[in-house]
Design a protein around this ligand. Structure first.
Ligand SMILES: [Zn+2]
Ligand SMILES: [Zn+2]
Length: 349
């Protein structure tokens, strides 16, 4: 088969690789569509612990081969990849906290991912979906589940108000879930007016650009003492710090953006958080019990009833063979993008 291979920091090739054969209890997926995650870009730009590696965990395809012990009824089924591979035995797995598994693997970062013609995975890591869903929407299930999980962690309730900081892929998915779950006010902030226009289209009532707007003053003007829930999806220290004055007393702050580890915040952040008695909640991946969790079934349901707009999430489509060139363009910041879809059978698919 052909695969896009991360060979080293900043080095991606498209070449021949062994076609995987499913182990007992595993399936093989013929990949139909796979999208590029911000974490794939980070592994390319900043380096990764494991080379060579096939990246890609936002992936959809057709089950074309099954290993020993797996029902042949699965052949021909369409599936979305559930990337975390927990041990299902450790203390945290027993508690249903799969992303805290002591020895998990992850498809596309710790084992071969979907930037390839074929992908081999445990049977329970293939989420079977109805044939009527387009493969590119099925590939985008995983980033939607992260947004859905952030709102579940914040125990979001219909009628509440929210600020979404960052209108990248996850932020835009959060804006959509706030619309679907019935937020009374969704405010979205980003430094890109293009991203804000997309957020507005997907359901944000108010958009603010911190390069131009006084975000805290404007949110206070609209809400009085702040919103019920703030969702940090930018991974920027300044936006993390902003969450505290943006959130009402006893409100919730959900942290989903990966922050730069060489930066810090003044401890006034904690003092202000204490004065407002805020809950600050971390989010890692998108899983709950029973595996993989309601985040996944909720997303499939929202795709089937048309409430999740995946079309607007996609900005570019390329054939998988173009992957090295696409990553080179992203690495040199010469490509402004939302979700980029890759197709092993060509971009016209
Ligand atoms: Zn991802
Ligand atoms: Zn475990």
């Amino acid at each position: 088969m052909k695969a896009a291979m991360l060979e080293n920091q900043g080095v991606m090739t498209y070449k021949e690789a062994p076609t995987p054969i499913p182990e007992p209890g595993h399936d093989r997926l013929q990949v139909k569509a796979v999208s590029i995650c911000g974490s794939d870009i980070k592994r390319y730009v900043s380096g990764h612990r494991l080379y060579p590696l096939i990246l890609g965990h936002e992936c959809a395809g057709v089950i074309d081969s099954v290993g020993e012990g797996v029902s042949e009824d699965l052949l021909g089924k369409h599936a979305s990849v559930i990337p975390v591979v927990p041990c299902f035995e450790c203390e945290q797995c027993q508690r249903g906290l799969y992303s805290a598994c002591h020895s998990y693997s992850f498809i596309g970062s710790r084992q071969a991912g979907g930037f390839a013609d074929y992908l081999e995975l445990p049977e329970r890591n293939a989420l079977i979906v109805p044939d009527e869903l387009p493969f590119e929407y099925v590939a985008l299930i995983e980033p939607s589940t992260v947004a859905r999980h952030m709102l579940a962690l914040g125990d979001f309730k219909r009628g509440e108000t929210a600020v979404v900081l960052g209108a990248g892929s996850i932020g835009l998915m959060i804006v959509q879930w706030l619309r679907i779950l019935g937020a009374s006010l969704t405010i979205c902030t980003d430094v890109s007016d293009d991203n804000l226009a997309t957020a507005k289209k997907l359901g944000a009532h108010v958009t603010l650009n911190p390069l131009r707007d006084d975000v805290v003053a404007e949110v206070r003007r609209l809400t009085g003492d702040g919103v019920d829930i703030s969702l940090e999806a930018a991974g920027v220290p300044q936006t993390l710090e902003q969450t505290v004055p943006l959130t009402r007393p006893r409100g919730k702050v959900i942290c989903g953006g990966n922050q730069p580890l060489d930066k810090s915040l003044p401890l006034s952040f904690i003092e202000n958080m204490m004065r407002r008695e805020l809950s600050i909640i971390g989010c890692f991946m998108s899983y709950s019990a029973p595996f993989p969790g309601h985040e996944w079934t909720d997303t499939v349901a929202a795709l089937l009833d048309g409430s999740l707009d995946m079309e607007t999430m996609i900005s570019h489509r390329y054939s998988l063979a173009e992957t090295p060139d696409v990553f080179a363009q992203i690495g040199s910041h010469s490509l402004t993008h939302r979700k980029i879809m890759l197709y092993p059978e060509g971009a016209a698919a």
